[in-house]
Design a protein around this ligand. Sequence first.
Ligand code: MG
Length: 314
Amino acid sequence: MRIRNVDFRIIDLPLVRPFRTSFGTQVDRRILVAEVKTEEGFTGWSECVAMTEPLYSSEYLFECFDIIKRFFLPALFAKGEFRAEEIQSILAPFLGHPMAKATVETACLDAQLRSEKKSLASLLGAVKSKVECGVSVGIASSIPALVDEVTGYVEEGYRRIKLKIEPGWDIEPVGKVRELFPEIPLQVDANQAYQRSDGKHLAQLDQFNLLLIEQPLDEHDIVGHAKLAEVTKTPICLDESIISLQSAQDAIAMGATTVINIKPGRASGYLESQRIHDYCQSVSIPVWCGGMLETGIGRAANVALAALPGFTLP
Ligand code: MG
């Protein structure tokens, strides 16, 4: 393919309700949408999952917009003709910025797949036409408010409940939800809010038969997660730490994670995500596909990824 031009749109979507996690409260979602047009006459779309502020990850929306315009697109124009599979190596001289790279790769891949009349799902190796979906429940203002929200989601048919936790909002709210819904697949996400010394405290979650505890410690603290895994029975699942196949292999080798949340934006795109999936499947590590409050553009691609056989959790 050859890129003719790229249009960007920045849109603001108000959220249905404020979404509070251990790193902050969001009331709307500002999203960078990329539309790539090729010289061959095809169009591809993607959205950037970086947030407006660098709170969840070091990347943020306007930084992604800037690096794509200033460095990534000139490099691709200079290359001239390329395949979407080559984008990561073309952009490799530019360090980091997986979310910005994923934005470019995904839009180009979409255009390329349209030119080849192929779906992303078939390219990645999807084996299902439907996937089960869970919901992520933010930190609520009170336990009754949490119970109301969770009850609503269960009634709507979500197959798994994930509760955001932080110090001071963990054992009691999780226990209450488990008491009310003894059978529902339940997991928690700390978004790095705990310390290595919190192992005993987090082990109290073991009584609630959770699927996993997601990213309790700092994203760089792989050793800490491995130590934590020795004191909790609940499986540890890494999210923010998994930025590539290499990081997944290393974390698994160290015993820091026995389930992985694959987020394509954080892992430079869907092709690297597929490689992480394939490796995890080969070593019997279950994976699931995490969301970043995407619009339908990003969710459509996530659903394709989540239809791969190793995605055994909603
Ligand atoms: Mg997470």
